[in-house]
Design a protein around this ligand. Structure first.
Ligand code: ADP
Ligand code: AMP
Length: 217
């Protein structure tokens, strides 16, 4: 099964992708995570992407479609993919069709996480992750069970993204509205879009997504 999680920054795509990985053995393909790794490693892609990401703008379609194809090739044929943060433009949606077709894969669902825009700034400015395993947290909505200790791996170091500030979030939302939301009708025309209330508790959102994957939603 191959699915896209679609929604504005902070909608909960990464949170849900990680829970589906744990529960279903699917693999999260997050272009944001891949680009951050490239920036950290100082690769040619990372050098091109760094300033664009810090400004909250979109990295070029060629770069992101290239890295997503490479990563998909690393998955076994039986492993389902969760696309998180990709595609983000109409050309990326067209590239994904080609990338999937070339590998004999089909797109099963496009799951839109519907959220109130007002909540997104609070979600994003409160976001942090474990510096060791990447588990996601939130200052208010998802604190570690034991203070300053990762629930998953027990590490004590956490980090925040440089682009998770209020000003950049506004640019990222503008980019979402202008370039990403317009791809929904492409998938609607194919009958692939399912909507989930992204304002519900994290566990309830997962339940709603699982119902869709199991054909109950
Ligand atoms: P995205 O990947 O769509 O940008 P994240 O999954 O990183 O968003 O979520 C953004 C922040 O909001 C994180 O700190 C996460 O813990 C928190 N969060 C995610 N889903 C929910 C939810 N349903 N309710 C409250 N907070 C949430
Ligand atoms: P994310 O982790 O999904 O919030 O993405 C962080 C940043 O990486 C975005 O603000 C963009 O600058 C860049 N990025 C991630 N995915 C894409 C994509 N599919 N297309 C263009 N830029 C992307």
């Amino acid at each position: 099964m191959n699915i896209i999680l679609l929604g504005p920054p902070g909608a909960g795509k990464g949170t849900q992708a990680s829970r589906l990985e744990d529960e279903r053995g699917m693999v999260q393909l997050s272009t944001g995570d891949m680009l951050r790794a490239a920036v950290k490693a100082g690769t040619p892609v990372g050098l091109k992407a760094k300033a664009v990401m810090e400004a909250g703008e979109l990295v070029s379609d060629e770069i992101v479609s290239g890295i997503i194809g490479e990563r998909l090739d690393e998955l076994g044929d039986e492993t389902g993919a969760i696309f998180d943060g990709y595609p983000r433009t109409a050309p990326q949606a067209a590239s994904l069709d080609t990338i999937l077709a070339e590998r004999g894969r089909t797109l099963d669902h496009v799951i839109e996480l519907v959220v109130d825009e007002d909540a997104l700034v609070e979600r994003i400015t409160g976001r942090f992750t474990c510096a060791s395993c990447g588990e996601g947290y939130h200052d208010k909505f998802k604190l570690p069970a034991v203070a300053e200790t990762c629930d998953q791996c027990g590490a004590h170091e956490f980090k925040r993204r440089p682009d998770d500030n209020e000003e950049t979030v506004r640019t990222r939302m503008t980019e979402y509205r202008a370039k990403t939301a317009p791809i929904l009708p492409i998938y609607e025309a194919r009958g692939l879009v399912k909507r989930v209330d992204g304002m519900a508790d994290i566990a309830h959102v997962t339940d709603a997504i699982e119902a869709i994957l199991d054909g109950r939603g």
